[in-house]
Design a protein around this ligand. Sequence first.
Ligand code: FMN
Ligand code: FE2
Ligand code: FE2
Length: 385
Amino acid sequence: MRLSERIRYVGVNDNQTELFERQWPLPYGVSYNSYLVVDEKVALIDTAAAQFADEFFANIKSEIGDRPIDYLIVNHMEPDHSALQAAVRREYPACQIVTNAKAVPMIEGYQGIIDNIKVIKEGESLSLGEVSLQFFMVPMVHWPETMVTWSTEENTLFSGDAFGSFKAAPADVIDSKSSTFADYQDEMTRYYASIVGKYGSPVQAALKKLNGLEIKRICSTHGPVWEQSISQVVALYDRLSRYDADRGVCLAYGSMYGNTERAALELAEAIKAKGIPCAVHNLTEEDYSFALRDVFKYDTVILGSPTYNNGIFPPVRQLMQGICDRMVKGRRFLAFGSFTWAAASVKLLNEMAAAAGFEILSEGITFRQGYSKSKFDAEAIASLL
Ligand SMILES: Cc1cc2nc3c(=O)[nH]c(=O)nc-3n(C[C@H](O)[C@H](O)[C@H](O)COP(=O)(O)O)c2cc1C
Ligand SMILES: [Fe+2]
Ligand SMILES: [Fe+2]
């Protein structure tokens, strides 16, 4: 697919895989984007996931026919992009790999390739003829070897996972009237929260480094190629990586016998009645990445957990641990839950929230056994927000 005279899309959509990294659900699929820059020399930027070899090579051939690929640019070594490097070498034996020093041992470790690798330094350029490619390190966005590739002549940033999104790319790949930023915003946020969320300060450093570039096209490794929505996409990444959030509540809960659940649903109604946005997530029915997405979106986190083996109910503990692992900052926090003989979950959740530096809105609400309005006054709790 032609993005410009010189830049071609050769990635693939994956609508079969159910779990990305074997853990994150893909209700709308995902894409593994790869690009050719076709000039006097031909460069391939990243590859695709292993199971798509046939489609990937067919895409390449349909763009360049029998022309050889001169360079394979390796921005990132996670196997969703690197798995076909050795296959590219088999198909194009003279193809030189162009990457940075940190990626070299990973290329050997994953792909067994040790020869014909050109190691570039920060800011170095590679001329392909009329078009040149320039390389900038963006460590931990999202591995230590990660870099981005910039073409001044094309005003195009090949950004790796940065600005990527779950959800398969649209048929014509680029964002447009029928595939807008708004159509991808939730899945982009969930991708960020799940995969990149821990690396807020490296993302900030990368954004500062790329600040001066006059970007007209962002070619990331997942989701659409951004042309119409560059300012929104960059602004979203800036906010997410600063842990900046909208006013609103992510209310997530787990419940075995429905008591904590009834409290959660009453509280959600009371919060919405005050005009405050409130996203509700049942963690026993839904993967926690959806709640994590809304933890990144909203400034208040409310968690409901029964006490379980003197601890937090495991699905809720998983979310709270996920929040702490990602070093989410600046949230307001409240916990509640049912117990039978000795309450523990709310106290433990509060301890984790305090360690994360969250503002704890109240000591939380524990109630013994069955739910009732007298034990759990949803309106009074909502008035704390
Ligand atoms: C496996 C299991 C372990 C539990 N451990 C505790 C506990 O350590 N302390 C306690 O007070 N209640 C404990 N409970 C009781 C639950 O907290 C109680 O049933 C609660 O009302 C469940 O809330 P729910 O209706 O929201 O699921 C346990 C229940 C189960 C099934
Ligand atoms: Fe990655
Ligand atoms: Fe990726």
